[in-house]
Ligand binder design. Structure first.
Ligand SMILES: Nc1nc2c(ncn2[C@@H]2O[C@H](COP(=O)(O)OP(=O)(O)OP(=O)(O)O)[C@@H](O)[C@H]2O)c(=O)[nH]1
Ligand SMILES: [Mg+2]
Length: 387
């Protein structure tokens, strides 16, 4: 639309969502590393990755959780913005309870999307493999189930009467039954897919090749590094969750050692529990790794908080006892003094999790210092084969 309100450009996508983003910081739970602004910056990237146009971002400090997520005054303020800026979607920076979502929808009269639904939407757009698609659908259905109940329960609360008898309740039962049936079917399909993949993995192990796995925050450069090391042609993009499906390639070190290197789904702060549950098998494959390469984007302003989020998740998955190389990536974008200061800080954080700390600074995009990284990998792989 031009300023006179007439449609002129042919490139405008009429269905593009015009989104308002909002988050709250609960005073008592405020975290030093992830403040609400940092989290909202990331939410904006997620929203753009999902294809929405971010029009405005708002935040609020609150005392405690409220039944409509945001406070009354803030909701009034947002109503005005929604009207004047023609917003048609609001995206919230946390997973909302079904009741919070319903309340906000009633008050704002636009589509309400929470952080979990947004992440699930991106995953659904990216999933390519059969296993990936099944995992995403499973996570989506688990997210939907309690909200399905919510869609009908407001009729019950009206206390019966005209319009609340019959189809509402039985429709809910039918919907629930259908969703549960689909969940069962997906779970059994997933088991079959995984059994087959487990066999393929077994074959690899029979060959005794060591496995090096890339882990790290989304967009840190894992796939770029995979491509730089193996010419694997994995999609690497400035998008969150560019990779969902694991990819494994063979690699030969300068000394002739052969090993497998694998790239997998990235991590993010507030990763929804439904996603962790659905992707657990993919993440648990990291247990087969002999060495983990933890790729860290040192050019990101929030890198320390990102690091902590990843290490927390690795700890939950029992992976902090694995031989790990910390790979500081994108060093082409930061000064050497900044890198040394990070090195010191990371060492401090890591000491709470790891017995020793090994790191290397590289640029995957411009293949800087890759020989140093290869040497570290080689030492670890050799150390293992000599045990
Ligand atoms: N300047 C610079 N950019 C880099 C470097 N490495 C990666 N990038 C860019 O960072 C972005 C993300 O890279 P990916 O390799 O897709 O990141 P990823 O960790 O695989 O991300 P997910 O698959 O989303 O988890 C891309 O735009 C890359 O070009 C680097 O060393 N320097
Ligand atoms: Mg990737």
């Amino acid at each position: 639309m031009n300023s006179k309100g007439k449609t002129k450009s042919v490139n405008v996508n009429p269905r593009k969502e015009r989104a308002l983003l909002a988050g709250v910081e609960i005073k008592s739970r405020a975290r030093k590393s992830w403040n609400v602004q940092a989290s909202l910056t990331e939410l904006a990237m997620l929203a753009s990755s999902a294809g929405a146009q971010v029009v405005t971002v708002k935040s609020q400090r609150v005392q405690k959780r409220s039944s409509s997520y945001l406070g009354k005054g803030k909701i009034e303020e947002l109503k005005g913005i929604i009207e004047s800026k023609k917003i048609n979607t609001i995206v919230l920076d946390d997973e909302l309870s079904p009741a919070q979502q319903r309340n906000l929808e009633k008050l704002l009269e636009i589509k309400v999307v929470d952080r979990t639904a947004l992440i699930l939407d991106i995953f659904a757009q990216r999933a390519q493999s059969r296993e990936g698609r099944l995992q995403v659908e499973l996570a989506q259905l688990e997210y939907l189930l309690p909200r399905l109940v919510g869609q009908w329960s407001h009729l019950e609360r009206l206390g019966g009467g005209i319009g609340t008898r019959g189809p509402g309740e039985s429709q809910l039962e039918t919907d629930r039954r259908l969703v549960r049936k689909r969940v069962d079917k997906i779970q059994s399909d997933l088991e079959n897919v995984r059994r087959r993949r487990g066999q393929a993995r077994q074959n690899r192990f029979d060959k005794g090749l060591p496995v090096v796995s890339l882990v790290g925050y989304t967009n840190s450069g894992k796939s770029t590094l995979m491509n730089a090391l193996t010419r694997a042609d994995v999609v690497a993009e400035n998008k969150l969750f560019a990779t969902l499906d694991p990819v494994t390639r063979k690699m030969v070190l300068p000394g002739g050692e052969i090993f497998l290197i694998s790239d997998t789904v990235g991590f993010i702060n507030k990763l929804p529990t439904s996603v962790v549950a659905a992707f657990r098998a993919t993440l648990e494959e990291l247990r087969d790794a002999d060495v983990l390469l933890h790729v860290i984007d040192v050019s990101n302003k929030n890198v320390l908080a990102q690091y902590e989020s990843v290490v927390e998740l690795l700890k939950d998955l029992n992976l902090v006892n694995k031989p790990t190389i910390h790979v500081f990536n994108k060093v082409d974008l930061v000064s050497p003094s900044q890198i040394s200061s990070y090195e010191f800080t990371f060492k401090g954080i890591a000491s709470g999790y790891y017995e020793s700390f090994e790191s290397v600074s590289i640029s995957a995009a411009s293949s800087l210092n890759l020989p140093d990284l290869l040497e570290l990998i080689s030492n670890k792989v050799t150390a293992k084969s000599m045990i």
